[in-house]
Design a protein around this ligand. Structure first.
Ligand SMILES: Cc1ncc(COP(=O)(O)O)c(C=O)c1O
Length: 374
């Protein structure tokens, strides 16, 4: 940190406030399950989990058992749902660590049942139904019979049946509505057979924000928890604050003559006498190489363009027009004080999710608790 002044600042108060804001949209008594997979979308899963629980989230979700176990190791006792595939070893570990498990079929549930009975306990499982994402899950036709069979397996409590939207972020909510209708039909057919499903959940951030009927007993927001865009077609940011800023201090400034080329491949040639600032963050840290000659870094006095290719550990910006910028000054690659995450994502043709997930582990996370800037 001292030798390499670069860090990702995570404002945990923003996470807490974002959860409060999302929760205020939910029907009374409904729950929020904050999705903290992929190390909390790069923000740091344990810290974000605590901040989300403080804001009123009742539950957490991760992609696979090891991510949930890490939360348990960090002392987090709230219910954690493993959203992805869990195999035999994962089932033993998930049950042993008190995680709730997504099951995709009766056979898959049997693994969890065996793990639970071997440990002499009960495991909570959620059956995933594929209503149109064509990813994980059982088909709507087979779901009711599977739900009944799973509920009858020893050592299992079928607590939830859930599904996932493919396009809840789209301006046209037609397909999301179709998926919701298929899902509710599955639930009705399960409950017609006398089985009650305590937790019906389907909504990711887009579903929660744009489709009130999808909020049901619980929603599973991820990207909105971090104050980032759930959609590029609709406003998904009102009431939310970005939690992360990627920052580094200028480690060197140099003035070079016109005609000087910068970085690998010499893709930038100075058209004038140019003052360059070197920042110690590169593509191995999460500053995408595709930002070469395209990105900008924010300083208190304005924005400076990234010039030349982004290197593995460093990049250069042109601060000729920002004479106030000195060695030791803080530049912001994204987040408050610099370009928004969404602006960076748009520039390189990706989504907000990828920008924060790409911030490598070698970049220290610095946690703050700041008042709202809104
Ligand atoms: C099953 C499931 N639920 C919820 C989420 C959260 O989605 P989002 O970050 O769009 O809110 C994800 C993330 O991809 C997911 O895979």
């Amino acid at each position: 940190m001292i030798d390499r002044p670069a860090w990702a600042e995570v404002n945990l108060s923003a996470v807490t406030r974002n959860i409060r804001s999302l929760k205020s949209l939910m029907p009374p008594g409904s729950r929020i399950c904050a999705v903290v997979k992929a190390d909390g979308y790069g923000h740091g899963a344990a810290a974000v989990s605590r901040a989300a629980l403080a804001g009123g989230a009742e539950r957490l979700a991760v992609a696979f058992a090891e991510e949930g176990i890490e939360l348990r190791r960090q002392g987090i006792t709230a219910p954690v749902l493993v959203l992805g595939y869990t195999g035999p070893e994962g089932a033993r570990r998930a049950v042993g660590w008190g995680l709730d498990v997504t099951v995709l079929s009766e056979d898959n549930a049997r693994l969890v049942s065996e793990a639970a009975t071997a440990l002499g306990g009960t495991a909570r499982v959620h059956l995933k139904v594929d209503t149109g994402m064509s990813r994980l899950g059982i088909g709507p036709e087979e779901a009711p019979a599977a739900a009944r069979a799973i509920a009858a397996l020893p050592g299992l409590e079928l607590e939830g049946v859930f599904s996932h939207f493919a396009a809840s972020d789209a301006a046209d909510s037609g397909f999301a509505r179709e998926q919701l209708a298929r899902y509710l039909d599955v639930i009705a057919r399960i409950e017609d057979s006398g089985l009650r499903i305590p937790l019906r959940h389907m909504a990711n951030s887009g579903g929660l924000l744009f489709l009130p009927e999808a909020r049901l007993d619980m929603a599973r927001p991820g990207i909105s928890v971090y104050g980032l865009r759930a959609s590029s077609e609709r406003d998904s940011l009102s009431g939310l604050e970005p939690a992360m800023a990627l920052r580094a201090r200028v480690v060197q400034t140099r003035t070079v003559p016109a005609g000087t080329t910068v970085s690998y491949g010499r893709t930038f040639r100075a058209a004038r006498i140019t003052r360059l600032a070197v920042l110690p963050l590169g593509y191995a840290d999460g500053v995408f190489r595709s930002l070469s000659n395209r990105g900008e870094v924010g300083f208190p006095s304005g924005r400076a363009p990234i010039v030349g290719r982004v290197c593995m550990d460093q990049c250069m910006v042109d601060v000729t027009d920002l004479p106030e910028v000195r060695e030791g000054d803080v530049g912001t690659f994204f987040g408050p004080g610099g370009p928004a995450v969404g602006e960076v994502a748009d520039r390189i043709g990706t989504i907000d999710y990828e920008i924060t997930c790409a911030v490598n582990k070698r970049v220290p996370r610095v946690y703050t608790e700041e008042e709202s800037r809104r």
